[in-house]
Design a protein around this ligand. Sequence first.
Ligand SMILES: [Zn+2]
Length: 318
Amino acid sequence: MTKKDCFDICFENKRNSLSAKNTKRENEIARLEKENARFAEIKNLMSALGAKTALTAISGDKGKLAELQRTLFCLNEEREQILKNAGISEIEYDCEKCKDTGYADGKVCDCIKLAATELYIKNISNTAPIDKCSFDNFDLSYYPNVDTESGNPKKRMTEVLKLVREYSLKFDPKGSESLLFMGNTGLGKTHLSLALAHELILRGYNVIYGSAYNLFARMESEHFGEHSDKSYLEAVGCDLLIIDDLGGEFISPYIQSLVYNIINTRLLARKPTVINTNLSMSEINRIYTPRVASRLLGEYTAKRFLGNDIRQQKSNKK
Ligand SMILES: [Zn+2]
């Protein structure tokens, strides 16, 4: 489900809920008109007076106009009182700002934005634990503070966490750099990517997050099955694309060119992408062809995650 789908669903929900409220009130008023003769009479009087008032306003007879307006006012007061006695209240809107229309001051109302964002995050959480991943719960205590040949895991990961946090704060959908997270499984690449996605989605950016397996399988089946490139176009056009576990998908010549096209199109449009992979650069070179490897090497900021498999450490603890 795309961000736009979420907005469409939320608008639809609002429309349905408002229309149910309106219908309920209209039915109650129609019933009252049948049961209460005075209430029905007021309706007719007010409508006749309304027309008369309009004509009098044009004629310029100010005294007459004021008298008509007073009568209308009194009738309306009486009508309100009958409604109140019958227990028929004004419509209670969920959002006073947009009166449940979804638009306020000609813009999409915050209530819709919030509902669509929540729905979008909920949808991602069906396939990845986005709701459980934040920068704050990225636990640095799992990374040993020892110097190894590749570096000190604690120092490296402290630096990576800081980099991604700052990246999210300064995020620019038309200029932020693209990131490549490398390293073995269980070192927090997915956690950090989800935390970044979570943060930016909450701030209203259109972020697409998915495993390479899911993203590419969907694009391939749409392309060949439905002759549509909807998911591909959304992936190249969104504010931030996060591809988790590049190399975890089934590789075919179609996927190879898809990966290149996505990476290259987004680079040309200066749109940032974040890629996670367990593969080394030489494996990327071999699997996705040198042109993909050269784009990643030349244009992405690569960070190698260090440490010992956190999932392993957690299961050893239990
Ligand atoms: Zn609203």
